[in-house]
Design a binder for this molecule. Structure first.
Ligand SMILES: Cc1cc2nc3c(=O)[nH]c(=O)nc-3n(C[C@H](O)[C@H](O)[C@H](O)COP(=O)(O)OP(=O)(O)OC[C@H]3O[C@@H](n4cnc5c(N)ncnc54)[C@H](O)[C@@H]3O)c2cc1C
Length: 368
């Protein structure tokens, strides 16, 4: 098992991010309208340079000795933002999920047009993989890309449960170019939101960010819109999901840490039975349990991220493989739920810092 501790530079960076989230991002988040993209918040993430970090190569440490890139850097960033402003964290992660395929696939002609805008937070991205008949089993997707002459395709079908739809400016769309070929017959396309034939509908969800359905009615795409190679798009999808997967747990750890601190503050000030809540043994036991589980989850996230950075993968049997990341994600969900239960007792918290359990934990799901 990997042991782990952050160095002083990393700890300072996390503190800096928490302060930025509380002071700069939370006020913007509070002005946002639930169910809609908060563009000022996304732009602020760009101006603060946080979106840029999503696209840095895992080349080592950045300025001041900080781990600013790679899987661990992404975890530290998501955990720190989630601690102080969950909306900022979600906006950051979703921008990464939608735009990362454009960044990673260097042959795309659309890259020059869209990536600088996405990194600056001026263009909102979305990742469109799921369909009514293809969720966890993403390779079963059926959105049809039929040949349109020698230079293009016509997209026909539907995408559903797409975060940031229908308000995104562009979509990374996974479509079937080879029928009956499973994962080997999928191609990734960049489709601007204003492309003729593409329409979207908002879905009524509990989530504060938008989730919608997209309808493709003979949407024309050309070779310039292909991200990567024809019939190799499933790999683009999985590479993107795998890049973000360990940090889903970090999001939950950040929320659990916020819940723990809120519980500590509340139980220290609340009077009951002639003393403070924190001095009741059963309450102290619950707080200790929360702290232990949160720290355990944090260490599992960091270990999984460190293994990923070191090139760990494998079949799931090893400490940093997909199996380990999934176990860690489950543990984080548990920690977040634990914190949530405790913090619900405390009234008057801002929605920005109120923890929520992670929305999804399926191994194949597009987890932001
Ligand atoms: C809030 C939210 C945001 C989303 N955002 C996006 C997005 O931006 N882009 C996008 O493309 N999609 C998005 N999705 C869709 C999401 O990726 C799917 O919900 C997910 O892939 C699961 O698919 P499903 O809901 O159809 O469940 P199903 O695939 O029908 O799964 C149903 C159940 O079966 C279990 N299951 C499935 N396969 C296995 C297996 N092999 N072994 C054991 N159990 C299994 C699952 O865990 C689940 O409990 C979003 C969903 C939600 C809820």
């Amino acid at each position: 098992m990997t042991t782990f501790s952050l160095d002083p530079g990393q700890t300072a960076w996390c503190a800096e991010l928490r302060a930025l989230a509380a002071e700069r991002l939370r006020p913007l988040a509070e002005k946002g309208e639930p169910g809609h993209v908060n563009r000022p918040l996304v732009e602020a993430l760009g101006e603060l340079g946080l979106l840029d970090r999503l696209f840095e190569e895992p080349s080592g440490r950045g300025e001041a000795g900080r781990a600013t890139s790679g899987a661990l850097g992404l975890c530290l960033m998501r955990e720190s933002l989630a601690y102080a402003c969950t909306e900022a964290e979600t906006a950051l992660a979703l921008q990464g999920l939608g735009a990362h395929p454009v960044h990673a696939v260097r042959s795309a002609a659309q890259r020059a047009r869209w990536l600088p805008e996405a990194r600056a937070g001026r263009a909102v991205a979305a990742f469109a993989l799921s369909e009514p008949g293809a969720g966890s089993d993403a390779a079963a997707l059926s959105l049809a890309a039929e040949p349109d002459g020698s230079e293009g395709w016509r997209l026909t079908g539907e995408k559903r449960w797409i975060t940031n739809a229908p308000e995104a400016d562009f979509y990374t769309v996974f479509a079937r170019t080879s029928p009956d070929a499973g994962a080997r017959g999928v191609t990734a396309f960049l489709v601007p939101a204003d492309r003729a034939g593409l329409t979207g509908t908002a879905l009524d969800m509990l989530s504060p960010h938008p989730i919608g359905a997209l309808a493709f009615d003979v949407v024309r795409v050309g070779r310039d819109d292909v991200l990567g190679e024809t019939d190799r798009g499933f790999r683009v999808a999985m590479t993107t999901l795998n890049r973000f997967r360990p940090s889903v747990g970090a999001f939950a750890v950040g929320m659990a840490a916020a819940a723990l601190d809120a519980s500590l503050a509340h139980t220290a000030e609340r009077d009951a039975f002639g003393g403070k809540l924190k001095d009741l043994q059963s309450v102290a036991h619950q707080i200790a349990e929360m702290a232990t589980r949160t720290e355990a989850a944090r260490l599992m996230v960091y270990a999984a991220a460190a293994r990923r950075r070191a090139g760990g993968g494998g079949s799931g049997g090893g400490g940093g493989g997909p199996g380990s990341r999934h176990r860690a994600a489950r543990r984080h969900g548990e920690a977040a739920r634990h914190g949530d239960r405790a913090v619900r007792r405390r009234r008057g918290r801002s929605s920005c810092t109120r923890p929520r359990a992670p929305a999804r934990s399926s191994p194949g799901a597009p987890l932001p």
